[in-house]
Design a protein around this ligand. Structure first.
Ligand code: SF4
Length: 318
């Protein structure tokens, strides 16, 4: 039996105003302690029936911004996962990266550590849009990050885009898609911007400071995206995900197909399939409390038992 492993790195250099993930802006982060906590949790989970004796088919480092961590930390997590469970020889191992946090040496380090797929949060190639979205990088940094990823030997590369940003036009979105495709990724994710409660954008929308696009404008943009990406060779295989043939993200499909996955880290979600139903549980969200619990006693978690399964996505950065 195989399962998928998700590792959540909750730190970011800045909090994007639309983001409702469990991510925390920080100028420094307790990388060693957090890595140790993840390994501690991993070893404890290995004793649970859903995972014991099973090996790992896909791994996904999500966040937050996993590319803030050093390649050595990522390598120690992969070593621990291999020793604890065994990683399949053809495993897909993805790391989410912010284009503003990488250089050539770091990307080579991730590749050497065993990561074989990168996912960059590009979001747009329009600098004004990136600024509005609170991103820490500009379009040139994304272009350079993609080129560096190819040079570092990554054959599998995803670029995330966001559309339906206030004042964005259909032509702007088509330009973003063209720019993304020109960088040669094998996978593009295109997300409709949403205004989630608790985010800065949500409160600005409530106060009338920003105005989302009308829903028919958003629907028209989504339809245009669905047409344009396949026209460029990226077939749609999920609501927001498009890939060249055979390059679908296997880890994403695990969630979509309700297969078992183990989520490690602050706020990480888990699912253990059990016949036609299953058990979901999720960890303590606060990173400092998570570190203390994972290192000392075990994770505080909340659990739900389910009998009728519908596709569901856990949190991840986009
Ligand atoms: S969108 Fe990504 S980079 Fe921005 S705050 Fe959220 S997790 Fe961090």
């Amino acid at each position: 039996m195989e399962f998928s492993l998700y590792l959540h790195i909750p730190y970011c250099q800045a909090k994007c105003p639309y983001c409702d993930f469990n991510s925390h802006a920080a100028t420094t982060w307790p990388e060693e302690d957090y890595t140790r906590a993840l390994i501690g949790e991993m070893r404890r989970r290995a004793e649970e029936a859903a995972f014991k004796g099973n090996s790992i088919a896909t791994i996904f480092f999500g966040g937050g911004t996993p590319s803030l961590f050093a390649p050595a930390s990522i390598e120690s997590l992969l070593d621990a996962a291999d020793k604890t469970f065994g990683i399949e020889r053809n495993a897909e191992i993805t790391l989410e990266a912010n284009p503003g946090t990488v250089d050539q040496e770091k990307l080579r380090g991730f590749r050497t550590a065993g990561v074989n797929r990168l996912s960059f949060g590009a979001q747009s190639f329009n600098d004004a849009t990136l600024k509005f979205l609170g991103r820490i990088h500009d379009a040139d940094q994304t272009r350079e990050a993609a080129r560096m990823a190819h040079r570092a030997g990554f054959e599998r590369l995803n670029l995330d885009l966001i559309f339906a940003v206030p004042e964005q036009t259909r032509a702007d979105v088509m330009r973003d898609i063209a720019e993304a495709a020109a960088l040669g990724p094998d996978h593009i994710s295109a997300y409709n911007l949403t205004f989630e409660e608790g985010t800065v954008f949500f409160s600005e929308m409530r106060r009338g400071k920003i105005r989302p696009l009308e829903s028919d404008e958003q629907a028209e943009m989504y339809a245009a995206v669905r047409e344009e990406l396949p026209r460029r060779g990226y077939g749609m295989y999920e609501i927001s995900n498009y890939a060249q043939p055979g390059r679908e993200c296997r880890h994403n499909l695990t969630y979509w197909h309700n297969e078992t996955y183990l989520g490690l880290g602050a706020g990480a979600h888990n699912f253990a399939r059990d016949g036609g139903g299953g058990r979901r549980w999720w960890n303590e969200r606060n990173p400092a409390r998570y570190i203390a619990l994972a290192t000392e006693t075990g994770i505080a978690e909340t659990e739900a038992r389910l009998s009728n399964l519908a596709p569901r996505w856990p949190s991840s950065c986009f």
